[in-house]
Design a binder for this molecule. Structure first.
Ligand code: NAD
Ligand code: MG
Length: 399
């Protein structure tokens, strides 16, 4: 039996996680759930799974949740605020944490659970982009099992020599195992065939209508700018320990091949499946065993073709910015991530144009020089400083 905390249980990944958990009551029990503000959904989840602890974003949300739970005679303890997130992820009764909060807010609770050696199912790629070195060091020191949930990284992990063995999860050390390169596939998002002119006038709703995946709004915009793939290049670097030159991106609009590993002997190993996050989630929950993910089977006779193309870096400059930040190292990925979060939020609020997202990130990066990301305090300070700078760039457009 695994005892689970779902950080971000009301989001797209959180809901899919609980769907897999629900179908295996003999294997999983839910000990803690967290959500920012969606109290109705969280209350329903608490009534169904009866966790020990539920965490929300504010005192008023906590009060509203308590009222709903009291009316349903549910004894779940309710807490609120960023510190309570780490209480949920480090509960003594929890052995497995699904890290599915979106953005930088996911870092501290995930890191605290990693330090205690809990199994980490990592969907929250932003935490690894912000703090990859110290996060991987915490994993190594505690011996925590780290299983990538991002579909590409889950695919890559499955294609590496020690997947499906109890070797301890992703360790950031695959360079010596005959791996030549990693091929990250990208759908290209909803605007793959748009012109630069067309991109300038797209709306948030258009950006959030992904052709293959149903996801939260932030990652949907990231997919549309291709910054999502940039964050994933950085994520792959930390998870698998390969330099930027050995991590390549390939457009594959069907999202059937979720990523591949090319070996020195000429072999390329790919993982295929439906574009359904329940597959990587079930892999992480069941690992090293395989469990039913409740996913529709891939029917090869219905696949018309598998198509591949190069990324257009002129149209999608975000990917290049992410490679630059990774190559520069130090706090630059932290700066990239923070500026991107601010810019995406401003786009979702219709304060800036779609094409200005990458510009905000580029101009914010320009304002920083490389310095080491050696501890959490330095990283969190750089995150805050970058947000202020990015807001300044946005103010510049408006004036
Ligand atoms: P989402 O927006 O649907 O859900 C986000 C969750 O985080 C919600 O439960 C929300 O309540 C919570 N949250 C938001 N802000 C918070 C804050 N400040 N403090 C505490 N909790 C907060 O997002 P999603 O699509 O489920 O994505 C979650 C994470 O998984 C992201 O990091 C994303 O990049 C990653 N991911 C998602 C997918 C996908 O298919 N959705 C695929 C790969 C990776
Ligand atoms: Mg992905």
């Amino acid at each position: 039996m695994r005892h689970i905390c779902v950080l971000g249980s009301t989001g797209s990944i959180g809901v899919n996680t609980l769907q897999v958990v629900r179908s295996h009551p003999d294997l999983f029990t839910v000990k803690a759930l967290t959500a920012h503000s969606n109290i109705e959904v969280l209350a329903k989840q608490c009534i169904e799974f009866k966790p020990e602890l539920a965490v929300v974003g504010s005192a008023s949300a906590a009060e509203a949740l308590q009222d709903l739970l009291k009316a349903a005679h549910i004894k779940t303890d309710v807490q609120y605020g960023p510190q309570a997130l780490a209480i949920a992820s480090t509960l003594a009764s929890v052995d497995t944490v699904m890290a599915a909060i979106v953005g930088a807010a996911g870092l501290v609770p995930t890191m605290e659970a990693a330090k205690l050696g809990k199994r980490i199912l990592l969907a929250n790629k932003e935490s690894l982009v912000m703090a990859g070195d110290i996060f991987m060091a915490a994993i190594a020191q505690s011996g925590a099992e780290l299983l990538p949930i991002d579909s590409e990284h889950n695919a890559i992990y499955q294609c590496l020599p020690d997947a499906n063995t109890s070797n301890g999860g992703a360790r950031g050390q695959y360079g010596s195992l005959g791996v030549k390169e990693i091929l990250l596939t990208a759908s290209g998002g909803p605007f793959r065939n748009y012109s630069v002119d067309q991109l300038a006038s797209v709306t948030p709703d258009q950006a959030c209508a992904h052709p293959n995946w149903v996801m939260g709004r932030k990652i949907s915009v990231d997919s549309a700018t291709m910054m999502n793939k940039g964050l994933e290049v950085i994520e792959a670097h930390y998870l698998f320990g390969l330099p930027a030159e050995q991590i390549k991106v390939l457009i594959h609009p069907q999202s059937v091949i979720h990523s591949m590993v090319r070996y020195l002997d000429g072999s390329v190993i790919a993982q295929l499946g439906q574009p359904d996050m329940k597959t990587p989630i079930a892999y992480g929950l069941g690992w090293p065993d395989r469990i039913d993910g409740g996913v529709e089977e891939l029917d090869f006779l219905k696949l018309s073709q598998l198509h591949f193309e190069e990324v257009d870096n002129e149209k999608f400059p975000s990917l290049k910015l992410a490679y630059q930040a990774l190559t520069m190292g130090g706090l630059m990925p932290t700066v990239l991530n923070a500026a991107n979060e601010v810019a995406v939020e401003a786009f979702l609020q219709q304060k800036i144009k779609f094409t200005q997202i990458a510009d905000v990130v580029a101009k914010t990066l320009d304002q920083f020089s490389v310095s080491p990301a050696h501890d959490l305090d330095v990283i969190l300070a750089a995150d805050q400083e970058s947000r202020v700078q990015a807001q300044g760039v946005i103010k510049g457009y408006l004036s």
